[in-house]
Write a protein that binds this ligand. Structure first.
Ligand code: SAM
Length: 395
């Protein structure tokens, strides 16, 4: 699959992001890659990749901008005033996103998550939610429509998002101690403001709310137990707290394996609070291993993407802010759906391209990640195969 120039700099490189973009409209002229006259599978028919994994979820990054500078995601030193975020014209419009989402729904996607960057920074996001809420799966079901947010604007927006058709919300919160949280978001944002966002989400009917804590050893791992206690006190069983192992997403967060607190250690710490029982996965391809405190009923999730990769059941495609389809959170190459949209391709051609790209998917980065691959990753980075950043591809 030879990368082609998709109008984003020489050799198909986007200077700002450092990733390579493959323009599907060019690839589609290659008989070897997309047979002439290729057409999409029927709506409702499973799309399986090379490892037999179904296309089931779509994460959509609606902006690459964020008002936080979390040290493990968008460190201030890199994302300062000199950093070039995407210009507005290169972002997919809401209508473009909704059109793609409709084609993905025909291809089997039942769950759509809006993310970023900070999705609530995108103006009138409620309008996009409305457009997506109108979509149906081939079986006639509405999409399971969710949003991941840092919570900073949630108190203001929760009711309007719910009214527009949003079903669920996940809020990131890395500590209950205000000083630790302010240091992690690195813009001095207060814990209480996020908690009020969660209050508003629950009041609007967006519950149960999931709260994500990224655990980074030495930075906030001492917050595992206090955060669980505080959320139980304030929200009871209306909030599900999930602990995410710090991942080597992108190339700018200075990831080291030593900074990862394995989920099993998180579990051991939580056991000091009371007895925990395992729960069944609630959905296919679920990332979190679920547990519940037998006493309080509080649910806990462990997302072990480093120590127990879940690539084998990964059903997620990812649409970047500027319309590149990525097949893995750790991807280095996108597939340019925006070029098709803006080049006048009809629905059938775009649907065939989505099917074609998914059918060739073989990514399982986390499953292959080992200590030895660090050197290989470094060599690949030097050769230009940089993993894309999470705020661009969507977390
Ligand atoms: N701004 C939104 C938010 O804060 O939730 C959505 C985007 S953010 C990239 C999505 C999720 O990815 C957040 O829960 C964030 O904590 C998590 N995340 C970012 N970088 C990560 C990393 N290196 N390892 C694990 N999780 C990470």
């Amino acid at each position: 699959m030879a990368p082609v120039n998709a109008g984003r700099g020489i050799d198909g490189h986007n200077a700002a992001m450092g990733e390579k973009i493959i323009a599907i409209h060019d690839l589609r002229r290659s008989a070897a890659l997309v047979p002439a006259g290729a057409s999409a599978l029927a709506a409702g028919q499973d799309r399986l990749d090379r490892l037999g994994r179904r296309l089931g979820d779509l994460r959509i990054s609606v902006t690459d901008r964020c008002n936080f500078r979390c040290t493990y995601c968008m460190p201030k030193e890199v994302y300062d005033t000199r950093h070039a975020f995407l210009p507005h014209a290169s972002l997919l419009s809401f209508e473009e996103i909704a059109r793609l989402a409709r084609l993905f729904a025909d291809a089997g996607v039942g769950k759509v998550r809006l993310t970023g960057g900070e999705p609530l920074l995108r103006k009138n996001l409620e309008h996009l939610v409305e457009l997506l809420a109108d979509l149906r799966t081939p079986a006639g079901e509405p999409l399971d429509l969710a949003l991941t947010t840092n919570g900073s604007l949630l108190a203001r927006k929760a009711a309007a998002l719910r009214a527009a058709g949003l079903r669920r919300v996940t809020v990131s919160l890395d500590a209950i101690d205000d000083g630790v949280f302010r240091a992690m978001n690195d813009v001095g944002f207060a814990v209480e403001d996020v908690l009020q966002g969660i209050d508003a989400a629950l009041a609007a009917g967006l519950g149960p709310v999931k709260v994500n804590m990224v655990v980074k050893k030495g930075a906030n791992d001492h917050q595992v137990v206090p955060l669980a206690q505080a959320l139980q006190r304030r929200f009871g069983t209306a909030v599900v707290l999930r602990f995410i192992e710090f991942m080597d997403v992108g190339m700018t967060n200075g990831w080291r394996l030593d900074d990862v607190l394995p989920s099993q250690d998180v579990l051991a710490r939580l056991r000091t609070l009371g007895e925990l029982e395992p729960l069944q996965a609630s959905a296919e391809g679920e990332t979190a291993e679920r547990w519940r405190f037998t006493g309080s009923g509080q649910e806990i999730g462990l997302i072990s993407s480093v120590t127990r990769a879940f690539c084998d059941s990964c059903t997620r495609g990812r649409l970047s802010t500027d319309g590149q389809l990525f097949l893995c959170l750790f991807g280095t190459q996108g597939h340019d759906l925006r070029a098709l949209l803006r080049g006048g391709a009809d629905d059938a051609a775009i649907a065939a391209a989505i099917d074609h790209v998914w059918a060739r998917r073989g990514d399982r980065y986390s499953a292959l990640r080992t200590a030895e691959t660090a050197a290989a990753r470094e060599r690949a980075a030097q050769a230009g195969a940089r993993r894309v950043e999470m705020h661009y591809i969507g977390g």
